[in-house]
Ligand binder design. Structure first.
Ligand SMILES: *Cc1c(COP(=O)(O)O)cnc(C)c1O
Length: 376
């Protein structure tokens, strides 16, 4: 935890779970990405944390923005980004939203099939499109399934169709899966991408851009390699597959930009056992799956939790949220170790919670308020 967050929590005591994000950490992260991949433009994935203070800071630092909806486009523009720094990166868009984005000046769109190309051609004529290809999220803690992207052997047809309809067939994109702990996972996608670049060149279409997506990890309980390692690995793979004709590249970090900038302060509401003999305690917090910790789904993201008694002996706990829904259990398959002296009413700090928490909170399930957020 940063000194600034510690100070803020001490100076502003308050009931209820709250997220505090330190902008200094976001600034450092932006610079690390820019340094690690110096020839690559950064498009921050707004969905990770759309707080206006974060977007304004990044806009000021020169970041571009990957957006998924008209509302996110408007947030990026309001933060000071010009429309040429905004990408409409969702492959699933209503045609009227594409038209709205076009009216706002956005000229860069993601597609992954012919039907979406046709929508973009009608609603955003002459714009640049990039085709997303499927990428199996192996090695990622939060893999992205088959929902987005098309098979590599279809991508050339999708882009050729875009070209025929008067769009600019601009490039390719992929996402190696979020919280990708293996820096070498970009290599395979880049090899496949290079093949599609060649295929299209043979059809007379020169692609110009490669979107390397997000997936850069943040530190939770397990160690992750620094962003420099990812940068080197990606650069080597680009050299290997594109030789001295490396196209323009962009990255879309979300989690890696803001994850470690945020800490949630929460409170222990109840500690109990399910039987007298049970050696596993149930620890119920005032935050759970419905008010900020949705990414504990299937116990995929395992957050570090700090208490005031971390020096004491540890014992296994099932960790659960406060709501009256039985799925609101955070960690049970793999019990979480917490100090045996932890008491009801104690504050706990949940680290690495700057990404995918505030906007992943329900509007008020069971009357529990959406997660409060402070950006300092
Ligand atoms: C969510 C998303 C990202 C950000 O992913 P992280 O793993 O958080 O870095 C980037 N690009 C696209 C298209 C996304 O949907």
């Amino acid at each position: 935890m940063t000194d600034r967050i510690k100070q803020f929590l001490a100076d502003n005591r308050e009931d209820g779970p709250r997220l505090v994000v330190d902008l200094d950490v976001v600034r450092d992260n932006y610079r690390s990405f820019a340094d690690a991949l110096p020839d690559t433009r950064v498009f921050y994935a707004v969905k990770a944390n759309p707080a206006p203070e974060i977007l304004s800071l990044l806009a000021g630092l020169g970041s571009c923005f990957d957006t998924a909806s008209v509302a996110e486009i408007e947030l990026a523009l309001a933060a000071g980004a010009s429309p040429d720094r905004v990408s409409f990166g969702n492959t699933i868009k209503k045609e009227k939203d594409i038209a709205r984005a076009f009216a706002l000046g956005v000229r860069l769109y993601a597609v992954d099939c012919g039907a979406e190309v046709e929508k973009v051609a009608r609603a955003a004529p002459g714009s640049k499109v990039f085709c997303r290809i499927l990428c199996d999220g192996a090695g990622a803690e939060w893999p992205l399934s088959r929902k987005f992207g098309c098979a590599p052997d279809m991508a050339a047809d999708v882009l050729e169709r875009a070209h025929a309809l008067g769009l600019v067939a601009h490039g390719l994109s992929f996402h190696v899966g979020s919280q990708q702990r293996n820096p070498r996972m970009w290599n395979r996608a880049l090899q496949v991408s290079a093949g599609i670049f060649r295929d299209l060149a043979e059809r007379g279409i020169q692609l110009a851009m490669l979107n390397l997506g997000g997936g850069f990890p943040t530190r939770y309980l397990k160690r992750v390699a620094p962003v420099q390692t990812y940068g080197q690995s990606i650069f080597r793979a680009l050299r290997r597959h594109f030789g001295n004709r490396i196209p323009e590249t962009i990255i879309e970090p979300g989690r890696g930009m803001v994850g470690d900038a945020g800490i949630i302060e929460a409170e222990v509401v109840l500690i109990s056992k399910k039987s007298q003999q049970d050696h596993v305690r149930w620890v119920y917090l005032d935050i759970g799956k419905f008010n900020g910790l949705a990414e504990t789904m299937d116990e995929m993201i395992r957050y570090p939790i700090r208490t005031d008694c971390d020096a004491e002996a540890l014992g296994p706990c099932v960790l659960a949220g406060p709501s009256c829904d039985s799925v609101d259990v955070l960690y049970e398959k793999d019990p979480y170790l917490l100090p045996v002296t932890l008491e009801i009413g104690a504050k706990v700090l949940i680290e690495g919670t700057g990404a995918y928490t505030t906007t992943y909170s329900t509007v008020g399930f069971n009357g529990f308020a959406p997660l409060k957020s402070y950006v300092i």
